[in-house]
Design a protein around this ligand. Structure first.
Ligand SMILES: Nc1ncnc2c1ncn2[C@@H]1O[C@H](COP(=O)(O)OP(=O)(O)O)[C@@H](O)[C@H]1O
Ligand SMILES: [Mg+2]
Length: 376
């Protein structure tokens, strides 16, 4: 066992405990939805705090009533990849001991011979792979598993599926979605919390009338954590290290990264590192320049595959252009190619999450990329 250290700021991975701030309203609503068996769809740009929020709610729900299951399907590439992960998570997380999980496999998945693996550090951690293929079980049989398990353990089950947008990338995706919804919507003792980033994909799955998951659950758009909540959080972290930061500078940190949760913590950490006693303008500037340097390799990698026209499009947005894309003047000024090319570019840049649509037009999704493009 490694002794835990108390990190001041954490970014890039989901956070809990003293690294989790605010979100009392969202936590409460989600908790109520879970405890009342409502399906939920949770959408936000990446690194805003979806995973952290769901994991937090898993901790605070009434565990005597419901059993939550967490599954991250980011690396699932096909339908059966998913069924394996789905069944493994269900069986493992509904049993508090390995023996129980194995018993349940024998009870509910008789046709399988699971392989069990223990983690190398000899903790009680284990994992198993079920190796489900269409030969052993049909999709419907696997999709029905949570209902059987709920009855077996005598609790309502809430299945939380992270990075759900990935499903849109699988072969025969729409067909698979139809099957899922077909089984899930009839379950009495199971509800679902489906969440993910890449707004464009998620909105297409849940808000498009022709798609199977249309109106499957209550849509929730996770908003940024307000500056008023970051102020006490960040100030107390500085105070723990005998450092001070004024409200004004916390506000500035939030503004620079448009309150995107992960960047707020990353920039706050950059600032803390360079602070002697009290945060100054110069320290903030240094923090921002460090942040840009930290992001540079990733941005270069992300921008590398883009064509000149696509880059011109991003630069146009960064220059304050948000709509009227097909006006002669705009097309000429930014050199965007033909009209049909512009339409294709928009779709691609939305799908790849470089840009997002707001009420008054298109904007860059990443506040730091925006700063970076201004400098390069
Ligand atoms: N409630 C929160 N309080 C403080 N920081 C948060 C919170 N939620 C998210 N963050 C910050 O955002 C980062 C990404 O969070 P995560 O939950 O992984 O986002 P998402 O799942 O939306 O991509 C975390 O590492 C942390 O820095
Ligand atoms: Mg996440």
């Amino acid at each position: 066992m490694v002794k835990g250290i108390n990190k001041a700021f954490v970014y890039g991975v989901s956070v809990g405990g003293s690294n989790f701030t605010d979100r009392t309203k969202e936590s409460h609503r989600l908790k109520m939805n879970f405890e009342n068996g409502l399906n939920v769809v949770l959408i936000s740009p990446r690194r805003m705090g979806k995973t952290s929020l769901v994991k937090h709610v898993q901790e605070i729900v009434d565990k005597s009533l419901i059993q939550t299951i967490y599954i991250d399907i980011f690396d699932c590439r096909s339908e059966y990849d998913f069924y394996n992960k789905f069944a493994e998570a269900l069986l493992k997380q509904t049993a508090n001991k390995m023996e129980l999980a194995i018993e349940n496999i024998k009870r509910f998945l008789v046709r399988l011979t699971p392989k069990v693996a223990f983690s190398p550090d000899l903790t009680s951690e284990y994992s198993f792979s079920l190796g489900i293929t269409p030969k052993e079980y049909s999709p419907e049989e696997i999709l029905a598993l949570p209902e059987l398990l709920a009855k077996h353990i005598g609790k309502h089950i809430v299945v939380c599926i992270d990075e759900f947008q990935q499903i849109g990338e699988w072969p025969d995706s729409i067909y698979v979605q139809k099957r899922m919804r077909g089984v899930w919507q009839h379950q009495q003792h199971v509800s679902y919390c489906l969440f993910g980033s890449r707004q464009h994909m998620m909105t297409n799955i849940f808000q498009n009338k022709r798609m199977p998951f249309y109106q499957f659950g209550e849509p929730n758009y996770l908003q940024p954590i307000p500056t008023a909540d970051w102020i006490p959080f960040i100030q107390s972290k500085f105070a723990e290290k005998d450092l001070t930061i004024s409200e004004e500078y916390v506000t500035k940190i939030c503004e620079i990264v448009r309150n995107q949760s992960s960047y707020v913590q990353q920039l706050a950490w950059n600032v803390m590192i360079n602070t002697q006693e009290e945060v100054t303008e110069k320290v903030i500037e240094q923090g921002v320049s460090d942040l840009l340097a930290q992001c540079t390799p990733l941005f270069i990698e992300q921008l590398n595959p883009l064509t000149t026209y696509q880059m011109n499009f991003l630069r146009a947005i960064n220059n304050g252009q948000h709509d009227q894309w097909t006006s002669q003047e705009v097309m000429g000024k930014y050199n965007l190619g033909t009209k049909s090319n512009i339409a294709k570019m928009q779709t691609l840049l939305l799908e790849k999450d470089f840009i997002e649509r707001r009420e008054d037009g298109l904007y860059l999704s990443d506040p730091v990329l925006e700063l970076w493009l201004k400098q390069h």
